[in-house]
Design a protein around this ligand. Structure first.
Ligand SMILES: [Zn+2]
Length: 285
């Protein structure tokens, strides 16, 4: 697995593709604006997106030719989502994400789940739901290359809900567990995702917010599927996803996936690697 790398800032276009730099003047303005954003987000330790970027100061002709741009942090080869500060409390009411997200094709067991987002949070519910669905059906996820296929629904019985929640609602939903406004939990059929952690990440994952979000979903859904906590198996080893990686890696290496070595051979379906983080056991429908 890749280790945590230092963030690299690159300019990107509207689609998140790296852009070619143009000349010292452009770089100079870009650095000034990026630094301003750094100061504004000292609490998170990182500036991720700098809205506007160099084109704010480009000539009209230049702007019309190259269009608007942003800059983003790239960590472990991935453009990171923007860091979003989240207030302590929102409305306290969930709204179910409507519609159906189809499972992958195949013959694996279908698992119905739902996604709900507390109203008043600064996240688009449809985007959160799309990320949850992608992570659940990733070959390295709990579906284990298609043995389970996750289908998101908005009606009828479900195995579990994934619920994006403000710190205040998280604390309430997770009782009697103490989440202290910063942990997440699984309780009474809900994988409660603390929106503050979703927005800002956690120290053990450093600047890799994209990867931390994958961990958060996989860990809390792991509980929904009957998995309990595991310890770090040894210094420098890959952390099982059921290690409480938000708190610490305990000497292990960060890993967001239940089956990190599961590979897919094109046209031949999934293949299991020689080692797994740990075996799946119990609690499945
Ligand atoms: Zn846990």
């Amino acid at each position: 697995m890749q280790g945590i790398q230092e963030p690299v800032r690159v300019p990107v276009d509207l689609y998140g593709r790296p852009r070619r730099r143009r000349g010292w003047r452009r770089r100079w303005w870009w650095a000034v604006l990026a630094c301003g954003a750094c100061v504004a987000t000292t609490g998170a330790g990182l500036a991720v997106w700098t809205a506007g970027g160099p084109d704010r100061h480009a000539s009209a002709t230049d702007a019309s030719r190259i269009g608007p741009s942003r800059s983003a942090v790239v960590v472990n080869g991935r453009v990171q989502p923007p860091r979003v500060p989240v207030q302590r409390a929102a409305s306290g009411r969930y709204r179910l994400v409507p519609g159906v997200a189809a499972p992958p094709r195949g013959t694996g067991f279908l698992v119905r789940y739902a996604v709900e987002v507390e109203q008043g949070l600064p996240f688009r519910a449809s985007r959160f739901a799309a990320e949850v669905h992608r992570v659940l059906n990733d070959p390295r996820g709990w579906g284990r290359g298609g043995r389970l296929r996750f289908v998101r629904v908005a009606r009828g019985p479900v195995k579990f809900r994934v619920s994006l929640s403000s710190p205040a609602l998280t604390d309430r939903m997770c009782l009697p567990a103490r989440t202290g406004g910063w942990l997440s939990c699984f309780a009474r059929g809900r994988s409660v995702i603390n929106a503050r952690r979703w927005g800002l990440g956690a120290a053990p994952y450093g600047a890799d917010l994209a990867r931390y979000r994958e961990y958060l979903i996989n860990h809390e859904v792991g509980h929904a599927l009957g998995h309990g906590h595991l310890g770090c198996p040894g210094q420098g080893r890959v952390a099982p996803v059921m290690v409480q990686q938000t708190k610490s890696l305990y000497g292990c290496r960060a890993n967001p996936w239940p089956y990190p070595r599961l590979a897919v051979r094109a046209g031949r379906g999934p293949r299991l690697g020689s080692h797994h983080a740990h075996d799946q056991k119990g609690g499945l429908p």
